[in-house]
Design a protein around this ligand. Structure first.
Ligand SMILES: [Zn+2]
Length: 427
């Protein structure tokens, strides 16, 4: 008999009708009235045998009509401790401190909260006291984020701040045997595997793909938290649905307009291009000038291009230029096998220029970096991605400003909205 305590708060699929149900387990039809009970989607797809299955949450295991969803509601209790296991000894800035205190008091009121903090505000540190507060009372907490990169970045930071605590880390690219951890860090997809598990659920980068506008992931996030649990959303660019919840009084908003070093966000420069950015293998002279000026100023440069297939074209064009002959440059994209290695080389200064897609738009910090976005008017850049990309610049205490250049041929609503959000946060 498997120990079911280990799987407390989780839900999984079972095809068998007659397995024995003990007290902690609940069994419901996986698909009922044409809807999937795991992700809330309408179920229309059919197998050859005529049975319906849910296509929306297929990625974490197929749910077929007639299957059961087993929900483990075994009560678990974690030890009550004086400090919740927090071993971090750093200092918060007065701004961070205010938010941190407010989050703790909202936790006791179970008030769902939206933290609107500029990029580079030091959001992670502001969460430590909140998480510790939940854990010290024997509660269970989860930090979820849409992006695997962000899970990988957050995990070591939390592990360093809660040194004695075993933290669960789950995402689709790394198999972990499911365990019972008091603190879990995972992707928002993984939340579909939990049911009424957490007293506190924090969703970081809530405005980013694939969570944003994904009703199934929102459904999963709602189910993962206990009825009397608290939800906290973190974002630098709140989406309209979250702002609507704020207006309706369902969410309380707290704003942090200062970066941790007290500086403002760099305001992007905008440049209109009448001719293509790249033509017959040569860069537009204005674009080339901006690139050379950055390199000569001694700053590492992230050059954002909309699509993967453009990376080699830009690299070839850059290598063609005499002024850039001695510059170490490369390109990186999501499925690049050497992705981590290249990012590390860029971080170490072994690469001076990295041509990249939006994969490096958030969750990464490079000292003294400047950024140029080619075709900022491309539809791949939402207002939120543009704000995030601009937020890569000026994060260091000793270097709070820098170049963010939006190159465009047609001024778009997204560029306008990104500029407005940045100016608003700086006010
Ligand atoms: Zn589903």
């Amino acid at each position: 008999m498997e120990d079911l305590t280990r799987l407390a708060g989780r839900q999984w699929v079972d095809g068998q009708e007659d397995f024995s149900i003990n007290s902690g387990l609940k069994k419901i039809a996986a698909i009922a009235a044409g809807k999937c009970n795991r992700c809330g989607a309408q179920v229309t797809a059919q197998l050859p045998n005529g049975k319906k299955y849910c296509r929306a949450c297929l990625g974490i295991g197929r749910l077929v009509e007639g299957d059961y969803l087993v929900r483990n509601q075994t009560a678990v209790s974690f030890p009550v401790t004086p400090d919740g296991g927090l071993t971090w000894e750093g200092q918060l800035t007065p701004f961070q401190e205010q938010i941190s205190t407010k989050l703790v008091s909202n936790f006791y009121k179970r008030r769902d909260t939206l933290v609107h903090a500029v990029t580079g505000a030091g959001k992670t540190e502001m969460l430590f006291a909140l998480i510790a507060e939940c854990l010290k009372n024997g509660g269970r907490a989860c930090i979820a984020t849409p992006r695997i990169d962000v899970v990988n970045e957050l995990f070591p930071r939390f592990q360093a701040a809660f040194m004695g605590l075993k933290i669960g880390k789950y995402h689709g690219r790394e198999f972990q045997e499911p365990g019972l951890e008091q603190l879990t860090i995972c992707t928002t997809h993984q939340l579909l595997k939990f049911y009424r598990a957490f007293d506190l659920l924090v969703i970081d980068e809530v405005d980013s793909f694939p969570y944003v506008n994904n009703l199934q992931l929102h459904f999963g996030a709602c189910n993962a938290v206990k009825k009397l649990g608290m939800r906290v959303y973190l974002t630098a660019t709140p989406t309209s649905d979250l702002m609507a919840e704020v207006k309706q009084g369902k969410l309380q908003i707290i704003k942090l307009k200062r970066r941790f070093h007290g500086g403002l966000l760099p305001v992007p420069e905008e440049q209109l291009f009448l001719r293509p950015f790249l033509q017959k293998g040569r860069l537009h002279p204005k674009l080339l000038t901006a690139i050379i000026a950055t390199i000569e100023a001694g700053h590492p440069l992230l050059l954002f291009v909309p699509r993967i297939d453009q990376i080699p074209l830009y690299i070839a064009a850059l290598k063609h230029e005499e002024e850039l002959q001695d510059v170490a440059l490369d390109g990186v994209y999501a499925a690049d096998k050497q992705r981590l290695e290249k990012v590390q080389q860029f971080r170490d200064g072994r690469l001076q220029l990295l041509v990249t897609t939006t994969i490096l738009e958030r969750g990464v910090t490079f000292k003294h970096v400047w950024v140029i976005i080619v075709a900022a008017d491309d539809q791949i850049y939402s207002a939120s991605s543009l704000v995030q990309i601009a937020g890569r610049v000026g994060r260091a205490q000793d270097d709070v400003d820098g170049l963010v250049l939006f190159c465009y041929r047609k001024y778009t609503a997204n560029i306008r909205s990104a500029m407005r959000q940045i100016r608003e946060m700086n006010r």
